[in-house]
Design a binder for this molecule. Structure first.
Ligand code: AMP
Ligand code: GLY
Length: 426
């Protein structure tokens, strides 16, 4: 099977690594990819925003399946345009990707199908949003409606913070994404990421993870795309998974089919487990980054076979097996992230650091004059398997400490909640 993978981050490196291990694969291309992905795939210089060019490449290279990693191309309708050209695609249509692309759309779906989520209001102008926030009081959560690279959400603990966040949305800080604002009730509980593979009708549970969104140790500082993750998430017991399927995912699948936008691809539910049970915080319509990295480490089955089952509507007859081990990934970021990262510093020692159940996935890297250099905010994902989260954590940090990259930084406490649980239970 000939496959084209779209994307260039750590998530896509993990997908490329796993797809490359499939006996069904004959050729893997990646566009645009990165130097790490280049070890598993042939990199192609394609403008992925030019869907006609991607379709022409697929025809020329006789591509059997396109796997779309990031949300941007999905929201822009790449899956629709490729399917219209007769190409098989793993990933949702533009209409189905609204589950991620519009928070307001998702909140309305939750209201219609009685899916547990924080109470909310949608506002198109500053004045009415201010009145609502003043009535509700703090703590309260302010979200730009559209895609804002994980930076459009403010969990405001005080009223002035909430009002400042409203000002930022409506003064154009998030461009069009902030033209509408969702104001939500503040929920208390432990967060978890829950994944399903979907084929339009069936959703197949596809693992759990916990992510660390804040840049600093102890979950402090600004939000990021994610500084590390581990899988499985201990809070997602079988009972909680069953409730999430029944109360959240299945009604969503039904609702999307009924609105004429059946969902296929990866459905990633961001949850808060409250004392009432699982509540949906948000949907993403693709794998998490860096959650994908830990899922791929634990997946026993052939990813390519599973992606094909999703595309062919065969998930009702499919099962998934996972390794018993836990996996944990630590993100190494370039100084300055999540603000403007410093680019161009040289990274050495990756070969010596990896191996023995440790994989180093590339995110924002590039080759400059033959040297591997930092080329983005999140740069490397040092990922390890272990019998416990604690063991995976030790292995990941031991490998990370062998990497020679003085300009990089990481959190030192990825997995702390699970490790504390393991120690308390031991
Ligand atoms: P989101 O981009 O929607 O995932 O939000 C980013 C982060 O904000 C989440 O991971 C949560 O930590 C927090 N958050 C979002 N919505 C709520 C809510 N209603 N209550 C409490 N925290 C929230
Ligand atoms: N790590 C969170 C995300 O991919 O949205």
């Amino acid at each position: 099977m000939r496959v084209l993978l779209i994307g260039s981050g750590g998530r896509e490196h993990a997908l490329a690594w796993k797809i490359a291990a499939s006996p069904v694969l004959t050729k893997l291309y990646a566009a645009p990819g990165n130097p790490g992905i280049g070890r598993d795939a042939e990199l192609v210089k394609l403008d992925i925003a030019d869907h006609a060019a991607v379709a022409a490449f697929c025809a020329e290279k006789k591509i059997d399946l396109v796997v779309v990693g990031p949300e941007g191309p999905l929201v822009a309708g790449i899956a629709d345009d490729l399917r219209a050209a007769g190409i098989r695609v793993f990933g949702p249509s533009r209409a189905a990707a609204r589950l991620e692309g519009s928070k307001g759309f998702t909140k309305d779906l939750c209201a219609k199908y009685d899916i547990p989520t924080a109470a909310y209001g949608r506002f198109g102008d500053l004045a009415s949003a201010r009145v609502h926030v003043q009535n509700m009081g703090a703590p309260i959560v302010i979200k730009a409606d559209g895609l804002a690279a994980g930076k459009g959400v403010t969990v405001a603990m005080t009223l002035p913070e909430a009002l400042a966040a409203l000002d930022a949305c409506f003064d154009g800080s998030f461009g069009q994404a902030g033209a509408e604002v969702v104001v939500e009730e503040f929920l208390v509980g432990e967060e978890a990421s829950f994944f399903c593979l979907c084929d339009g009708v069936t959703a197949l549970p596809f693992g759990t993870a916990q992510d660390h969104k804040r840049v600093g140790d102890g979950d402090t500082g600004p939000n990021t795309g994610g500084m590390g993750a581990y899988s499985p998430a201990p809070v997602m017991t079988q009972v909680m998974i069953d409730r999430t399927m029944r109360e959240i995912v299945e009604p969503t699948m039904r609702g999307m089919a009924e609105t004429g936008a059946p969902f296929s691809g990866v459905l990633f539910a961001g949850l808060i487990i409250t004392d009432k049970g699982p509540q949906l915080i948000e949907y993403n319509t693709r794998f998490g980054d860096p959650e994908c990295q830990v899922l791929m480490m634990r997946l026993k089955d052939d990813l390519l076979v599973l992606l094909n089952a999703s595309v062919d509507g065969q998930l009702a007859h499919t099962s998934v097996r996972w390794r018993d081990e836990a996996a944990l990934t630590v993100v190494m970021a370039a100084r300055g992230y999540p603000g403007t990262p410093e680019k161009g510093s040289v990274i050495r020692g990756l070969e010596e650091a990896a191996g023995d159940g440790v994989e180093i996935f590339h995110a924002g890297t590039a080759i400059n004059s033959g040297a591997l250099v930092a080329n983005g905010g999140r740069v490397l994902n040092v990922t390890a398997l272990g019998r416990t989260v604690g063991e995976a954590q030790k292995k990941a940090y031991a490998a990370l400490d062998r990497i020679d990259w003085p300009q990089g930084f990481c959190r030192r406490d990825i997995g702390w909640q699970a490790v504390a649980r393991e120690q308390a239970g031991a």
